[in-house]
Design a protein around this ligand. Sequence first.
Ligand code: NAI
Length: 480
Amino acid sequence: GPPISKICCIGAGYVGGPTMSVIALKCPEVQVTIVDVSKERISQWNSDKLPIYEPGLEEIVKKCRGKNLFFSTDAKKAIQEAEIIFISVNTPTKTSGNGKGRAADLKHVEGCARLIAGIATSCKIVVEKSTVPVKAAESIMQVLKANNKQGVRYSILSNPEFLAEGTAIENLINPDRVLIGGEETPEGQKAIETLCWIYNKWIPKEKILTTNTWSSELSKLAANAMLAQRISSINSLSAVCEATGADVSEVGRAIGLDSRIGSKFLQASVGFGGSCFQKDLLNLVYICEKLNLPEVAQYWQKVIDMNEYQKTRFSQKIIECLFNTVSEKRLTIFGFAFKKNTGDTRETPAITVCKNLLDEGAKLNIYDPKVEKSQIIADLTSTRVTDNPEEVKKSIEIFTDPYDAVVGTHAIVICTEWDEFIEMDYDRIYKLMIKPAYLFDGRKIVNHEELQNVGFHVITIGKKLNRPGLMRSVGSISQQ
Ligand code: NAI
């Protein structure tokens, strides 16, 4: 029979949910159970409205749920029965104590290790799927071993997840690579082979990379650090473009054709967001400091600093263009998610932009096609954004129709690159707004020339636009 019949995943979040759904889809003979401490999350996974939005996810869950895919709060049963246990819990930045604001908080991962050690009565392969600092596997092993029962042995593998939100299912079905790190002992190698058997059900052997545990752990931090660095690099150049008349899109295209550089991830924007880039960079910075490598730490810290600069620079530009005051002015925010095709708002640049505008006294109409109203309110009234949540609540209004959101506003600020913003009826929108009507494109997605012809003053990132929206007024004068 198959080497594996049951697997369990602890953590039913953005990673655990999609990864295990795809494993269930591709390995029909394996029973997959995802457990979570949150009863609410589990009941959402078992309902018609899944707790997270990812294109293609719902179809897979509906196909496999109740057959070989289960969502449960009964961790004990699932752990006891499984041969492989994935740990996909959150590893947020510590908010207090040693390494506050930088180090990864491994309390949930440690909790999983203790949970497994307390329950397991047979040998287990424990897979680190969560993003962790280098050498985390060693700590997990210590916890497991210290609580060992007779005859129970553990193998720990590092198997970081490289999926990107918004394209998670596509990335899982056809990944660039799968990385598995393990011990260089016969037992470690056997565990690697077992996990390979799962992935090999749909991923060719050439794409499955095996390394030692520490390389695998560090590769995940390194990949996110380099991706974030690329965004900060092009964003830093966008500031040079705005000051000189160069166009960052043209620069991006020109340098991207160099095969050593490559064309992807060279789009300038308001800045990166999401739960991972900043957290993993901070984690890397902290590790480097701990390893007494201050120059390396400072190098990666600059990637975060540049991102903060970009978000603030964009917000400042909005305020300056609106005659240096947005006090009591109503503005429309288009998009609140940290990127398109997700409802996730963790570390979204929209929060920073909204905060800066609210601090200046602006009123905001906010529209996002996928983010829940309650989430936007929670984000903007959190203590990180304001010490006066009641005041913020009075200053923001959340809309479900973008055309309602623009009525009587001075400006539109595009914070997320949702496709629907490209195709909207901007003639209709222009008519509904106060004049002069401004559009700030923080994602460089709309057709600036067309919008200028409609009458908008258009401001974007990395390019100085020449004719700041005079066409309509000139046109109407000549008609009279
Ligand atoms: P998440 O916050 O969406 O999900 C984590 C889940 O774990 C939550 O539902 C939480 O209730 C549950 N949990 C926490 N402690 C638990 C425990 N002791 N027992 C049972 N359940 C527990 O987090 P997300 O985004 O899925 O991230 C998980 C890990 O994967 C993190 O380390 C993250 O850095 C990493 N990662 C995230 C990616 C992303 O795009 N979100 C991509 C690649 C890696």
